[in-house]
Design a protein around this ligand. Sequence first.
Ligand SMILES: [Zn+2]
Ligand SMILES: [Zn+2]
Length: 212
Amino acid sequence: MVRYIQSIGRKPEELSHILLTHSHPDHTGGVNHVAKMTHAELIAHGDETRLRRGNRLRLGDIGVSGVLPGIVPILGRSPVVTPVQDGDVLPIGDGVRVVHTPGHTNGSVCFLDESTKTLFSGDTIFSDSKRISRSVAFPGYDAAAYRASLERLAGIDFLAVCGGHGSPLLEGGADVLADLLATRPDLPTWSHFIKSMPRRLRRSLPLTGEDP
Ligand SMILES: [Zn+2]
Ligand SMILES: [Zn+2]
């Protein structure tokens, strides 16, 4: 990340915010280190945090706040974060709106860049260049909440999707999601996911999200 910032002729210290869509380690690993190198403020939904050391809110572990008894020491993290909630607009560019989308984890959020209608969706929805797909269950998952969040997202005006895994979908975001929900109402399951693996590997299909 730091090398990328330098490659576009900017300084790491200029990074003002790091937006965390949720606390799973594949989305937060190393964030302490990057925050120190940049002095950026870390942003996450309050439901992904724990109160630690005085009044400072720290990121919960692997998205299961309230499930695990304490911080998992092996992860060596739990940075201090600024909590946000649904509807907050962050002062980044022309405004980045927080959309709380519980389901993948309780405190999962999407960040909507309002001027470009670009949605940074974490693991709530995955993108590849042509399609949107949904997550299977991980620690912290709530199927009913997830279903409701997907329905709500499909009614929000967004065009591009930068999913937590896969390459961005550049156009038609909300319509593509609404179409997915209408044609495949059942949420993806681990059993389908595992059964689809050989075919995915044979055909070099994406390994994240539901079966294409
Ligand atoms: Zn996740
Ligand atoms: Zn992920």
